[in-house]
Design a binder for this molecule. Sequence first.
Ligand SMILES: C[S@@+](CC[C@H](N)C(=O)[O-])C[C@H]1O[C@@H](n2cnc3c(N)ncnc32)[C@H](O)[C@@H]1O
Length: 339
Amino acid sequence: MADANADVRRKIMGFIVSQAIHAVCELEIPERLAAGPATTAALAESAGADADALRRFLRVLAAEDLVTQEPGDTFALTPAGRLLCADEPGSLRHFAELMSGEAYVAWSRAAHSLRTGEAAFDAVYGSPYFDWLAGHPEEAEAFNRAQAGLVELRLLPLLEWSWGGAGTVVDVGGGNGVLMSALLAARPELKGVVFDLPHVVDEASRTLDAAGLGDRARCAGGDFFAGVPDGGDVYVLAQILHDWADDEAVAILRRCREAMPGDGVLLLLEQVVPEDGGPHPAKLLDLHMLVLLGGRERTAGEWEALLGRGGFGLAAAAQGPRSTLIEARPLHHGVTPGS
Ligand SMILES: C[S@@+](CC[C@H](N)C(=O)[O-])C[C@H]1O[C@@H](n2cnc3c(N)ncnc32)[C@H](O)[C@@H]1O
């Protein structure tokens, strides 16, 4: 019979694993192990760590299958542990960093979100997350790095979408331009606009220039509650609406609807929460959105209702490995929700 007491204790102590991963990443231990197994002493010396503490951190990571403990006080990286190296494709190193900083502090007041349905972050830090990031450049950079790392797998359904006939794509809340760079590189016929808050788009310009795509893309700074750039055939909202409660999300949809032509297309790259009672990463992300931003992940029915309020009908959905691409069309163009 399963040991329920041990199981519940392990769940309660889950943050220890998360924080241990972050601490080990901060000292770049995964990168130091990427070349091959190493002794605790050698690792500690090169990383500036206490050897005894390092051994104890690594044995926790060994239990999580991120490293293996070998004879002779030696540790080796597992394939899963490689994902903690910064330069590994699909790396989760920056995500680990993001989850351990201000997000972790906000989570210490999660009960505030439970009581009020509002972001605990605002109660802890005194301002909404994106406003706070605007005044904290280092943390904003860490946020953008984490998004860029996660986007690689997330954008796959977008690359596979049938882009025939589209000329200009506007990425609303396009962050540091990593998604647009990948899209323009894969689709040479497209031109792009990256729209985000003024302090974010400078980095997008640098990303696009570094990829040699500066002549096919323009970056625009602004507030998507005030308006978004017009002139696009396709508008992308990638992990934007989940940051916001319904009324704000509807306002963003309406600004997109106002900016786009009647035969334009809106593509959402988001999570869809399954209706069943089983485990799913979107259910964890949903709580994270609540605690950090007062946002939410949505079920298929909730997406459809939200799009309808914003002036769009759901036209199609395609499931990718880490996200769902939801294609929507302006409602007056003969698409009714659900068709
Ligand atoms: C979760 S990130 C998603 C970034 C990117 N689309 C992706 O998929 O990786 C949300 C983005 O929304 C931007 N954002 C937040 N508030 C905004 C506003 N009022 N106007 C424009 N952009 C905003 C943030 O700066 C951030 O880049």
